[in-house]
Design a protein. Structure first.
Length: 372
């Protein structure tokens, strides 16, 4: 996608040809199987120096874990019934989780100044190739890479000794890194005395923090990376046990993995374009219709995703859905995703997480769930 407001018929047609091909491959081969992708070269990876953005998101999530434990202890006296998803999620003997970050841009209608540096494309942590910062500007800086790093920091660190019920930690990296915008993680968990291998495939979309580069000199790479994260999400809808989308809703447009289409006058997001096309919404429903397992978890961690809830439940009434009722920030999405993942991995009560987030962290009637 470019920044033009006009409709690009060729781009739209090419994208749907690829979608149909992916959809046919899914039906013929029985779904997506986790495999190690081979890459002849690794794209460059830049970190945005947004006041330690990824590190702050990680610390805020850690604080959320500590407070959630205390919240659960206080609620044990009046414990309510929780729908046990575990028997539905591991019918094939393993837990397949997908986390797909959309193109998470920050659009202010003007160029934003920030600093950045080239980072280690294979390091999951916060390691870099030196701290010489470079100044830059962009009309719509992309931050999904920083959210990705915050989640990686949480999932791959050693599980704290003082948090024995913490599950979203201690994962090993099977393949990938931020340079590939894709990581496959694994951890052996135990449910009801039975060992269960849990896999999490995480992808993010942006080729660089710069909107101008991603629709210009890096457009070919950007399209490839956008499709990679879209594929993780769409094929996850068809076959995975748990699927999370984290990004923008584009009003009624639905999940989006490409740079934003901006208005030519004030350089703000062209929501008329998304509301008319609704491409992300159509993709979401098309791939859900191919889903064989009527059970599973779908997390739509994006602004006002309640707008898609009735359509989702019309396709799969038994699907367990996590959604939002208001505008969402990077902090609210990262903390919410981390705590929901932890609850699902531990087979714990997801409704606890929803109440905790709304009452103690966000302090607003924000997250909601259905069929949990």
């Amino acid at each position: 996608m470019g920044a033009a407001c006009s409709f690009d018929l060729y781009s739209w047609f090419s994208r749907w040809v690829l979608i149909i091909a992916m959809f046919g491959a899914f039906l013929c081969h029985g779904g997506y199987r986790i495999e190690e992708a081979r890459a002849s070269s690794t794209p460059a990876f830049w970190r945005v120096d947004w006041g330690g953005f990824a590190e702050r998101l990680e610390r805020q999530s850690e604080d959320g874990f500590s407070k959630l434990d205390l919240f659960r202890l206080r609620r044990q006296q009046g414990k309510t019934y929780c729908h046990d998803l575990r028997r539905f999620l591991i019918e094939d003997g393993r837990l397949d989780i997908r986390v797909a970050y959309g193109y998470f841009d920050a659009v202010y209608g003007k160029k934003i100044s920030f600093s950045y540096w080239e980072a280690d494309p294979w390091s999951i942590g916060n390691d870099i190739f030196g701290r010489s910062l470079i100044s830059g500007k962009s009309i719509a800086p992309a931050l999904d890479g920083e959210e990705f790093l915050a989640l990686m920091g949480l999932l791959t660190k050693k599980c704290p000794v003082n948090q024995p019920d913490r599950w979203a930690c201690g994962f090993e990296v099977l393949f990938g890194g931020p340079g590939l915008r894709r990581v496959v993680l694994k951890k052996n968990i135990t449910w009801d005395g039975q060992p269960v291998p849990a896999y999490i495939t995480v992808t993010f979309s942006s080729a660089s923090p710069f909107h101008e580069k991603n629709i210009g000199e890096l457009s070919a790479l950007q399209n490839q990376l956008s499709w990679q994260s879209a594929r993780n999400f769409l094929e996850g809808l068809g076959s995975a046990d748990v699927v999370f989308y984290v990004g923008h809703s584009r009003k009624l447009g639905g999940p989006d993995f490409w740079p934003p289409v901006l208005r030519s006058g004030d350089f703000k997001v062209n929501y008329d374009y998304y509301n008319e096309l609704r491409e992300g919404r159509r993709l979401l429903l098309t791939w859900l219709q191919a889903r064989r397992n009527v059970h599973g978890v779908l997390g739509l961690i994006s602004c006002e995703s309640h707008l898609f809830l009735s359509d989702v439940l019309d396709v799969h009434p038994s699907l367990s859905v996590i959604y939002t009722k208001k505008q969402i920030s990077a902090f609210e999405s990262t903390v919410g995703l981390a705590l929901y993942l932890d609850s699902i991995l531990g087979g714990k009560c997801v409704s606890d997480v929803t109440q905790f987030l709304n009452q103690k962290i966000i302090k607003s009637d924000f997250y909601e769930t259905v069929n949990f």
